[in-house]
Ligand binder design. Structure first.
Ligand SMILES: NC(=O)c1ccc[n+]([C@@H]2O[C@H](COP(=O)([O-])OP(=O)(O)OC[C@H]3O[C@@H](n4cnc5c(N)ncnc54)[C@H](O)[C@@H]3O)[C@@H](O)[C@H]2O)c1
Length: 468
């Protein structure tokens, strides 16, 4: 040990004694000397090291370039890539969970946008929209089934509630097997508990033949049909408003131009309070044609809707729908367009009630559905008239039907029904201004679309394949 110590101290002294100007044999600093550059280059070039480095860089950059497209092909591989709202194949159960979480947020202005961005980081603001869970009561009916088509098309989950009083499974059977679609047989006069963001309330017999069949159920149910037609309007609407209140969902009521009764104002604005005869003729038998069960039922439904809005803070929307036609209407429901079309196809005379000079306006169903969705998504309560302002007398309508289906069709006149409105034409300036909505399809364009559907169904009926 002593020897070692001695040796190191000797070396130390030697260093100190080294004459200045003589360079040491090796120092790490000498690597920075320019003369050593060719040595590093030759190090890189030896044994193909440079080639390996370049191949590594190439592989790395290829991965980073392709990674976004790969994660789109396989969403589960990337935790950040949650399903886009418009992608239809989804994990149903996980969406159920997020549906209940989002219910209250959806109804809060201002929160919606931030919610929208959450979990969809790759979608620029304003381009994506969160998927909704939506209930459509009466969704197996004429208007309801077209609304369901639109909601499913845009990526929502849709639950249809229907008692099939006037609706048909066939109207929605093309969605069977779609994991975002559910159909529940249920009468809205009975309560139901569901977890959704929006409720479109359409369940109600809408044609005179049907709503006059059981007027008490019409008024109570907006209506259910056991024995009181108004019951669907009152109890059905009450139940759906109760549901909306409980779960914080937005509620849309499909009211009607019938709330204007036989109007004294023309065209009808939303500010007009209407002219409905609640009594009918004193001696009239209940099933013979009093229409006030429908008119007053809807008026009561509007009142209930506004009371829930004011008193319970429920977010509500009210649409007043004017005559609408299109594929999937009931064949023999007593509404004038379906009557004329079915009669012309069956080579029967077209029935005109009264002198045929009473007017109506006719809206194609896709226009109405666009209006309903625009209203539901807007920040306006309403009421809004949704209808086509084009006005036709019954005789003019019969003429268009003849031109479209059978020019040789004849007309049979019958006495008019009680309280049939003389004029009906919507003023839609409010919907134009606030919803940016107006109908696009004229009667002459829309009618042929309906005729082909009616022809097929009448043919099937004739062949004994009616699907009711
Ligand atoms: N089509 C029009 O021209 C028109 C005009 C004004 C208002 N509206 C309103 O639009 C809505 C839809 O009308 P539509 O023309 O599609 O009628 P529709 O008869 O074809 O559809 C109504 C649907 O509601 C269902 N329903 C009725 N009572 C029910 C109950 N108690 N429980 C559950 N389901 C029930 C029926 O089975 C049917 O599927 C109705 O509320 C109607 O009053 C329609």
């Amino acid at each position: 040990m002593k020897q070692l110590h001695k040796q190191s101290s000797t070396n130390h002294r030697r260093d100190e004694e080294m004459p200045s100007g003589q360079s040491p044999p090796y120092s790490p600093k000498s690597l920075k000397h320019p003369r050593s550059l060719p040595r590093s280059l030759s190090y890189l070039l030896k044994e193909q090291r440079l080639l390996f480095i370049l191949v590594g860089i190439l592989i790395g950059s290829t991965f980073f370039i392709l990674q976004p497209s790969l994660s789109l092909l396989n969403p589960s591989s990337s935790p950040s890539a949650r399903p886009h709202p418009l992608v239809s194949s989804v994990d149903h159960e996980s969406e159920r969970t997020s549906g209940s979480w989002s219910t209250s947020l959806a109804t809060t202005p201002g929160v919606k946008q931030s919610h929208l961005n959450k979990g969809t980081g790759r979608v620029p603001v304003g381009l994506g929209r969160r998927r909704m869970r939506v209930v459509v009561t009466g969704g197996a009916g004429f208007v309801g089934s077209h609304l369901v088509d639109k909601l499913l098309d845009r990526g929502d989950e849709v639950i249809v509630i229907d008692n099939f009083f006037t609706g048909r499974r066939d109207n929605v059977k093309h969605h069977f097997g779609n994991t975002r679609f559910e159909l529940i047989r249920h009468d809205v006069v009975e309560p139901i508990l569901l977890e959704v963001d929006q409720i479109y309330h359409l369940a109600c017999p809408a044609s005179p033949v049907h709503y006059k069949y059981n007027p008490v159920k019409t008024i109570i149910s907006f209506s259910s049909f056991s024995c009181y037609p108004d019951s669907t309007n009152v109890m059905g609407t009450l139940n759906m408003l109760g549901l909306a209140k409980r779960i914080g969902a937005r509620f849309l009521l499909t009211s009607t131009s019938e709330v204007y009764g036989d109007p004294l104002e023309h065209p009808q604005k939303e500010t007009y309070w209407g002219h409905v005869n609640p009594i009918g003729k004193q001696r009239e038998v209940i099933f013979s044609g009093v229409r006030s069960c429908y008119d007053e039922g809807k008026r009561t439904a509007e009142t209930l809707t506004m009371d829930y809005h004011r008193g319970a803070d429920v977010e509500v929307r009210i649409a007043r729908i004017f005559n609408t036609y299109g594929p999937r209407m009931c064949l023999d429901d007593g509404r004038v367009v379906s009557n004329f079309v079915a009669q012309a196809i069956r080579k029967q005379p077209l029935t005109v009630y009264g002198d045929g000079k009473q007017t109506r306006s006719f809206q194609f169903v896709s226009d109405l559905v666009d209006g309903l969705v625009a209203l539901m998504e807007s920040e306006h309560v309403g009421p809004f008239n949704l209808g086509n302002p084009g006005e036709f007398t019954m005789l003019e309508l019969a003429q268009v039907v003849k031109e479209t289906i059978d020019s040789s069709a004849t007309i049979a006149f019958k006495p008019n029904t009680a309280d049939d409105p003389h004029k009906r034409k919507p003023d839609i300036s409010k919907a134009k201004e606030l919803l940016n909505w107006e109908p696009k399809i004229s009667l002459r364009e829309g009618l042929p679309k309906m005729v082909s559907d009616f022809r097929n169904r009448i043919l099937n009926e004739d062949e004994g394949k009616g699907n009711k």
